[in-house]
Design a binder for this molecule. Structure first.
Ligand SMILES: [Zn+2]
Length: 415
């Protein structure tokens, strides 16, 4: 271990955060920020911790739900200022009364939960990578909230370590803890100007060493169809069935390009919802592609299908609305690969093999990058996210802390 992280403190912090129910809720109005009160409770607790550490510029912004703070650098260059961002909320899965189970010196044996579920290396072979470590799981009835409380705990420990070791030279470090990542909202309101970092990393998803900077380009297509209902006896040549038109549209979406048919770096169409009566039907698609041109073509394909069918109807009965949701941050990150290279060098200095993978989704970083702050993703160190089998080890979180320290330390020698 290059930097001796206080593992007891790290474990205690993680357990404290895990016990606060911060499940976000997509059904509340968008102006309710954060979407759930538990997230604010966690933000308040973190604010207190940041104050105890005597960090600078501590702000809990009640408009956007972000808690931010500054750890000043201890060298003469204030550039670059490097940001780290973790999210407060947890996934849409049972999250009340989380009871973290601690398995010190994990021996690889099956962990049986009281409700009959079990965590078994036969089902999850990766467990074998953590033998001898301090493993943390839930109790089988809830998620654990590793995503993203491991990210939060790792960041707090890194900051506390740097404060204790002023002999380690480092660049200014900005911390941010944001709401409602899991429901794809929180980052929309992030104030990058106020955050004033030169680039940043989200600490989300992934095992130790994983990094992501390619995300999907994403859009949603809502199709509304107006039919015409008449008595079935007089239907011939008269009735227009919106359901049938919806079926026609869906039949023209290429079979081989549906979400269930593709993987890796392939894009797709996915029909999320199809509601219909004779008079009215609605289809809701999502469109995803890593490649920008393919993304445009996919949207065009849906436009063309709708235009073609509309032409054959008595009047244009189909209304199509396509809305872009987020974009592949890779298109921007590649223009200045310094943040990516810096993180990879930091990992190698810690004897961790960097593994860059395309992320089949979006991250807060996809939005924040397009707001103007390049923000690739670093791991949080856990596994089996969003359900009862989530786990993380204290050692993995300590590796995250070390990675953060090494990044801000290395950057200082570059400038
Ligand atoms: Zn997450």
């Amino acid at each position: 271990m290059k930097y001796r992280i206080d593992k007891n403190k790290l474990l205690n912090n993680f357990v404290t955060y895990a016990k606060i129910n911060t499940r976000s809720n997509q059904w509340v109005p968008k102006d309710q920020i954060p979407s759930t009160s538990g997230q604010m409770e966690l933000a308040q607790l973190l604010k207190q911790q940041l104050e105890n550490l005597h960090l600078k510029d501590i702000k809990l912004n009640t408009q956007n739900g972000f808690l931010t703070a500054l750890l000043p650098g201890n060298t003469k260059n204030s550039k670059p200022t490097i940001g780290f961002i973790a999210h407060l909320d947890t996934a849409d899965y049972e999250s009340s009364n989380v009871i973290p189970q601690i398995h010190p010196n994990y021996d690889g044996n099956v962990i049986n939960f009281k409700n009959g579920l079990s965590l078994d290396s036969k089902d999850f072979p990766n467990l074998k990578n953590y033998l001898g470590q301090t493993l943390i799981t839930g109790d089988g009835t809830t998620l654990l909230g590793v995503d993203d409380k491991a990210g939060i705990a790792g960041l707090i420990s890194a900051t506390a370590f740097l404060l204790k070791h002023p002999e380690i030279k480092h660049q200014p470090l900005k911390l941010a803890f944001g709401p409602d990542e899991e429901i794809g909202r929180g980052a929309d309101n992030f104030d990058i100007k106020d955050f004033a970092a030169d680039f940043a990393y989200t600490l989300d998803n992934g095992i130790v060493g994983e990094m992501e900077y390619e995300t999907f380009n994403a859009a949603q297509a809502i199709i509304e169809i107006e039919g015409k209902s008449v008595h079935p006896g007089q239907a011939k040549g008269n009735l227009v069935n919106a359901i049938s038109i919806g079926e026609k549209i869906d039949s023209l979406i290429p079979r081989q390009e549906r979400a269930e048919m593709v993987s890796g770096n392939e894009g797709f169409y996915l029909l999320l919802e199809f509601n219909g009566k004779i008079e009215h039907a609605q289809l809701n698609y999502i469109i995803r592609d890593f490649n920008h041109d393919n993304f445009i073509n996919r949207k065009q394909k849906i436009f063309d299908i709708v235009a073609e069918i509309n032409k054959k109807l008595d009047y244009p009965r189909i209304n199509l609305k396509i809305k872009d949701q987020y974009y592949n941050m890779g298109d921007i990150i590649k223009k200045d690969p310094y943040p990516l290279n810096l993180a990879q060098r930091a990992l190698r200095n810690l004897d961790i093999k960097p593994k860059i993978i395309p992320f089949r989704g979006g991250t807060d970083g996809s939005k924040i990058t397009y707001l103007g702050l390049p923000t690739p993703n670093l791991f949080n160190g856990g596994e089996n996210f969003h359900g009862p089998y989530e786990f993380v080890t204290v050692e993995a979180m300590a590796k995250l802390s070390e990675t953060i320290i090494e990044i801000v330390h290395l950057a200082q020698s570059d400038h």
